[in-house]
Design a protein around this ligand. Structure first.
Ligand code: NI
Length: 170
């Protein structure tokens, strides 16, 4: 396994639309292992392949308390979303240190392949539903700050660019 570098907003590559995975083969299984290791190391609850500059439809998630229930979704598709919405504070490994409220469907059903290429259906609500929708947005090239007002988004962009310059100077 290997840790993968995570792209940071604003980075144009985060806006790439991911392609479907054609086969869950050894290459994809290695990607999944590396993404899980990278997510756990960064203390994240979810990571999309887009964030590690691989533009294929793969996401990994773990919202469990003990960080021992990895969920792998390959080619995920939402098959149902509730009319009910929920608002929650979101953060993102690609936008470190920024948290803000986003409104999303309160419950969803998703069909996907697992890490072995088997089809599965997941019913999710609460934090898991939020996390799946957030990660699936990444696969469409969308970062959660795009739900915020242009004013907030520009402030975040400025802050991220400033932090990047400081890191480069250090
Ligand atoms: Ni994210």
């Amino acid at each position: 396994m290997a840790l993968l570098p995570i792209l940071c907003y604003p980075d144009a590559r985060l806006h790439t639309v991911a392609k479907p995975v054609l086969a869950v083969d050894a290459r994809i299984r290695k990607l999944i292992d590396d993404m899980l290791e990278t997510m756990y190391e960064a203390n994240g609850i979810g990571l999309a392949a887009t964030q590690v500059d691989v533009h294929e439809r793969v996401i990994v998630i773990d919202v469990s308390e003990h960080r021992n229930e990895p969920l792998v979704l390959v080619n995920p598709e939402v098959t149902w979303a509730s009319q009910d919405q929920q608002v929650s504070d979101e953060g993102c490994l690609s936008v470190p240190g920024i948290y803000d409220e986003v409104e999303r469907a309160a419950a969803i059903k998703v069909s996907a392949l697992d890490g072995e290429g088997r089809s599965r259906t997941i019913e999710a609500e609460g934090m898991l539903a939020v996390c799946i929708q957030h990660e699936m947005d990444h696969l469409l090239g969308k970062v959660f700050v795009e739900y915020l007002s242009p004013l907030k988004r520009n402030r975040i962009k400025t802050k991220m660019l400033k932090a990047r310059r400081e890191t480069e100077r250090a």
